[in-house]
Design a protein around this ligand. Structure first.
Ligand code: GAR
Length: 212
């Protein structure tokens, strides 16, 4: 699959969040620091819940927001279709799942597969799922980190774009380790999104080629 965004205009990005949105903020800051050079702009921010700092960050940045709550729909498939519809209204070139704590389904992937990027707080394929930091710590891993990958129909199984490594310290608890991972993660996500937008990419099986 090849999806280089057009070089004639900045890539349009929809970001999905569920929580504090510090990864979103890192993207906002990087784009604000170099609006012409970054190669992308965020056109909307979506969430699966209200009252989260991530949405406040988007509003502060003057961006439109939308919320798709699973509980507002009769089934998971209906929710997924509604999310796909809400995202498609903003015609994104890339969708960035930045701490979005829901698994997207068939309808979403039919529209945005191959251009949805997720960031995960572990070195995939180790410790997928909702508790990547806790699981690595409980396992006794000595290094962990973060993975930016394309989303496929599995749980954190899609083709890997980039990873960052973080050492686990003896004194770490989940919060401390997650905070150090997020420092690396924010930088990595900004770098990856910028490169995908500026340089284009190809996905061949499990391999992602950026700018080739
Ligand atoms: C990030 O560490 C992200 O990797 C993680 O949630 C955090 C969101 O932080 N996502 C997952 O665990 C998904 N399985 P943020 O809201 O401050 O950007």
């Amino acid at each position: 699959m090849a999806s280089p965004p057009s070089s004639a205009r900045p890539a349009r990005i929809v970001v999905l969040v569920s929580g504090s949105g510090t990864n979103l903020q890192a993207l906002l800051d990087a784009i604000a620091a170099d609006p012409d050079g970054f190669g992308a702009r965020i056109v909307a921010v979506g969430a699966d819940r209200d009252d989260i700092t991530g949405l406040e960050r988007a509003t502060r940045a003057g961006l439109p927001t939308f919320v798709c709550k699973v509980t507002d729909y009769g089934s998971r498939a209906e929710w997924d279709a509604a999310l796909a519809e809400a995202v498609s209204a903003y015609e994104p070139d890339l969708v960035v799942s930045a701490g979005f704590m829901k698994i997207v389904g068939q309808e979403f992937l039919a529209r945005f597969g191959g251009r949805t990027v997720n960031t995960h707080p572990a070195l995939l394929p180790s410790f997928p799922g909702a508790h990547g930091v806790r699981d690595a710590l409980a396992y006794g891993a000595k290094v962990t980190g973060c993975t930016v990958h394309f989303v496929d129909d599995g749980v954190d199984t899609g083709p890997i774009i980039a990873q960052g490594v973080v050492e686990v310290r003896d004194e770490d608890d989940e919060a401390a380790l997650h905070e150090r991972i997020k420092e690396v993660e924010r930088t990595l996500l900004v770098e990856v999104v910028g490169r995908l937008a500026r340089d284009g990419y190809r996905i061949e099986g499990r391999k992602v080629h950026v700018g080739e």
